[in-house]
Design a protein. Structure first.
Length: 303
């Protein structure tokens, strides 16, 4: 069996101001990494800016869901679907009009009839962020970088014990930033697993390592991407040795933070994985993540 390909560098978020792009950076990331991240605001994708007949064609089966919404919710819904289709079109090298979106059991967006392309969508306020990959699975999450999280009662519901211990050891001024990194990583990972909220955030953890962006490239606002890689941990704090997964966080526009989880299935080949967690798409993720299920349940009862 030939060796698995090297894990590609993580892409930086690319700002796409509207349907006309620029799309070249997204296409380059797909060619180089197999994965791309695009972000935009709702306004340039406002449904009122698109010819009604073309909007109906682009929304396809999502038209009824769009028409059931009102105001800003409807605008954000339509803008998100348009950004999804245009970004997926870059991966498939085709026009967005011919693509139809579908949804998995947990709501994950899919391109109907194109199993080789995986999508993920996140939004906060009027900011939209889409990730697309052609190498396996992907999840993305975006949050306001100024959001206060620490000491709000969130930690017991979101953090594994090892993460709470690590947070407590940090200077107070650094705890919000660390907790935000954990939040976007966990959201991205569960999306990539297609688990949604079915996988408790307290049942696994991450060890962010900080440092410079994965590829040393430029961020969406022209500055150096200084997000960092992260390591997946089990409930008991032990690391998961799994070469197929890559986790990163990166700043976006100077105001937000993006978490990205990519599962490169080319890394798996036909060999048995060195760690059972990598069978996440074949079994329930929770059973794989929790080495001692009984211990996890006892810990949950004590919270």
């Amino acid at each position: 069996m030939s060796p698995a390909p090297e894990l590609a560098a993580a892409p930086v978020p690319r700002h796409v101001p509207g349907p006309r792009g620029p799309w070249a950076p997204v296409a380059r990331d797909l060619a180089r990494c197999g994965t791309a991240v695009a972000w935009s605001r709702v306004a340039p994708w406002h449904p009122g800016l698109t010819d009604p007949a073309r909007l109906r064609a682009l929304l396809g089966d999502d038209r009824a869901r769009y028409e059931a919404r009102h105001g800003a919710d409807a605008e954000r819904f339509a803008a998100g679907r348009l950004l999804l289709k245009y970004t997926a079109a870059q991966a498939l090298r085709t026009a967005p009009d011919g693509l139809e979106l579908a949804y998995g059991l947990t709501g994950r967006p899919l391109v109907r009839g194109r199993p080789g392309v995986a999508l993920s969508l996140s939004h906060t306020g009027d900011l939209l962020c889409v990730a697309v990959t052609v190498v396996g699975g992907v999840g993305v999450d975006v949050e306001d970088a100024g959001r206060r999280l620490y000491d709000t009662g969130l930690e017991p519901r979101m953090c594994a014990p090892s993460e709470r211990d690590a947070l407590a050891r940090l200077p107070e001024a650094e705890r919000d930033a660390r907790l935000l990194r954990l939040w976007v990583l966990k959201e991205a990972y569960t999306k990539a697993l297609a688990q949604g909220r079915l996988l408790p955030f307290t049942s696994f953890g991450f060890r962010p390592d900080g440092g410079e962006g994965a590829d040393g490239g430029e961020g969406a606002d022209g500055g150096k991407a200084d997000g960092g890689e992260a390591e997946l941990l089990r409930f008991d704090g032990t690391p998961v040795a799994d070469p197929a997964w890559r986790f990163t966080t990166q700043p976006l526009g100077g105001t937000h933070l993006v978490g990205l989880a990519v599962r490169d299935t080319r890394q798996e080949g036909d060999a048995e994985c060195s760690d059972p967690l990598d069978r996440s798409s074949r079994k329930t993720a929770e059973n794989l993540l929790v080495r001692n299920q009984k211990a996890y349940q006892v810990a949950q009862q004590s919270l």
